[in-house]
Every structure is written in structure tokens, then in C-alpha cells.
Design a protein around this ligand. Structure first.
Ligand SMILES: [Zn+2]
Length: 325
């Protein structure tokens, strides 16, 4: 096998996916491991390096040779030019952490680092729902809400790579607190943690209280899937919760439409599966707030790559690095 390829590694709060991705965007090999995100800053980076080196070794043994590039996607705003993680919601120890320098030292090769939501957006742009489009807004509704912006066929990085924090636009000035320190952010409604907060609020529960059995998983954690199943059964609490989330999602999307005039809004992540229960209130707000002429040119669609989006996009970021300072 002589196909040219790149490493795409996607680190989440719990797991790491590490893949060999061909230069055409096909996943050739995929390995999984734990993120160890609660460990010390250096140990978390060392774990990423170890998993990358393991994949390089597997690839070599299977006759794929060496990669053309290594792209690594991690959570949290980071400076793509210096490769420094400013802060990461799941890795408490990474504050102003020089991730790229340390990974390059440990791996012994050049590395490109980018934000996980940006990488996911690049994946959908390269091989997913946004393929061939030039102006796209991408939203990933998971534990939090991430975003990516493709304008004129290019990912928008901003001054230093931290643009596209679409989950932290204010949709309700008087809304609930958000993990980012602000309040009333989109993430405080249209994410798993936001939905949980809405449920607690409607049931009059204190944050973190035990929830009804129908909406928790086997480890007693809030389950968006459980809440969706309840909505499917016609449960009023579930339907109303999704209706509220959809309402605020629609307010945010209307603003994104008016600002960027995209041809496509792509929605992915675990909460996207509940879109059918959010779509009515979402569409009502989009229609009420965005210019009709802009609205009529834009489609709102589901992401296409699923969990593979992150590794495919990380490989793309590796193959198309932005300038280093
Ligand atoms: Zn926020």
C-alpha cells in the first residue's frame, strides 16, 4: 500500500480517536484510547504522543510507510500560530500550555494543532455534508456547543485561531450561567449540559440532583437519547425542553445567517439526533429574525460524517497548515 496519508487525531473529554487518513480523506486505519484528561498537563500531552506513535507503528507494520503530516485536534480555544492551548474545558491543567512544542519533541516530527470544533468543521467541509460548498456555518451540539465557519472556501481562524466560538453567542441576556463564565449562551440551551439544566429547572431540582430514570444512562448520567425517547413517546417535559432549546438555537442561527449569508448550516453532535423535536421552534425563530432573502438561500442540514468527522478534519488541518508565527 503506497497511498499518501496523514495522521488525524481527535481528542475528546473521555476518548481519543487516532486515524490514518488518505490524502483523499478516506480513513485507512483507526485506533482508540482514553484521553486521561484529568492528569497533569505533561501527562495528557504524553498520552497523545504515545497514541500517535502507536498508530505510526501500526501503519508502518501494515506497509503504509510514513505520513505526510500530523494533525491533532484538541478541545478549547488555542492559538494555532504558536500551538498554545489557552484553556481547555476538559483538561484543567492546560492553561497557556505549549502543546505543539511538546508534542513535536515527544513525537519527533512536525505537528499541526487545531481546535476540535474547527477540525470537525473541516472534516464536514472536506468529505461530509458541506463538501463542495464555499460558505458554511457548522455547529456541533454535544456536551457543549462548538462551531466552525467556512467563508469563501476557507476556515475562519481570526487573529490567532480562536474564531468560531458559536456556542458562546448570547441568545438570552437574562439566561442561565454558562461554563465559559458568561450567561445565556447558546450552549446553555442547545447542548447536553444545557438540556440537563432546562430539565432540572422545569422539575424544580438543584443542579446535579438525581434525575428521573427515563432520562439517565446506566451510570446515572443525563442522557439526551433518553430524553429523545421520552419525546418520541409524547412526554410533555421532554417535548417542552426540546422546544425551548430549539427556540434559542433558532435565534442563534438567524444571527449567523444574517452575518454570514451561508448556503448551508450543518448541525452535528449527539444532540443533533433530537433535531426533529427542536425543528419547529427553531424554524419559527429563524424565519422571524433572519432576512427572508438570506433565509431562502440557506439550508439547515444534519452533519454526514458522525464521529469520523474529527479525525478526517484533523488530518485535513495537518495537510493544510495555517502560517506559524
Ligand atoms: Zn458560554
Amino acid at each position: 500500500m503506497t497511498r499518501a496519508w496523514a495522521v488525524g487525531l481527535d481528542m475528546g473529554g473521555t476518548n481519543i480517536r487516532c486515524a490514518a487518513v488518505s490524502v483523499a480523506g478516506d480513513v485507512i486505519l483507526m485506533e482508540h484510547g482514553p484521553s486521561l484528561a484529568s492528569r497533569k498537563a505533561g501527562d495528557v500531552a504524553e498520552n497523545i504522543a504515545t497514541q500517535t506513535l502507536h498508530l505510526l507503528d501500526t501503519a508502518r507494520r501494515r506497509g503504509h510507510g510514513s505520513p505526510r503530516a500530523i494533525g491533532i485536534a484538541v478541545p478549547g480555544p488555542l492559538d494555532v500560530q504558536t500551538g498554545t492551548v489557552m484553556q481547555a474545558p476538559h483538561v484543567a491543567a492546560w492553561r497557556g500550555y505549549p502543546l505543539r512544542n511538546n508534542l513535536e519533541r515527544l513525537i519527533g516530527r512536525k505537528v499541526v494543532v487545531d481546535n476540535d470544533a474547527n477540525a470537525w468543521a473541516l472534516g464536514e467541509y472536506w468529505r461530509g455534508a458541506a463538501r463542495g460548498r464555499r460558505d458554511v456555518v457548522l455547529l456541533t451540539l454535544g456536551t457543549g456547543v462548538g462551531g466552525g465557519l467556512i467563508v469563501g472556501g476557507k476556515l475562519v481562524h481570526g487573529r490567532s485561531g480562536m474564531a468560531g466560538e458559536l456556542g458562546h453567542v448570547t441568545v438570552n441576556p437574562d439566561g442561565p450561567p454558562c461554563d465559559c463564565g458568561s450567561h445565556g449562551c447558546l450552549e446553555a440551551y442547545a447542548s447536553a449540559s444545557g438540556l440537563r439544566g432546562l430539565v432540572e429547572n422545569r422539575l424544580g431540582l438543584r443542579p446535579g440532583s438525581p434525575l428521573p430514570l427515563q432520562i439517565v444512562d446506566s451510570e446515572k448520567n443525563f442522557s439526551v437519547r433518553g430524553l429523545s425517547a421520552q419525546a418520541r413517546r409524547g412526554d410533555r417535559l421532554a417535548l417542552e425542553t426540546f422546544a425551548i432549546a430549539g427556540h434559542y438555537l433558532g435565534i442563534a442561527i438567524a444571527s449567523f445567517l444574517n452575518i454570514f449569508n451561508p448556503e448551508l448550516v450543518v448541525i452535528g453532535g449527539g444532540v443533533a439526533g433530537a433535531l426533529p423535536y427542536m425543528r419547529k421552534t427553531m424554524t419559527a425563530q429563524v424565519k422571524a429574525r433572519a432576512f427572508t432573502a438570506i433565509c431562502s438561500q440557506a439550508k439547515i442540514v444534519r452533519a454526514a460524517l458522525g464521529p469520523r468527522g474529527g479525525v478526517v478534519g484533523a488530518a485535513y488541518a495537518g495537510l493544510h497548515p495555517v502560517m506559524r508565527s
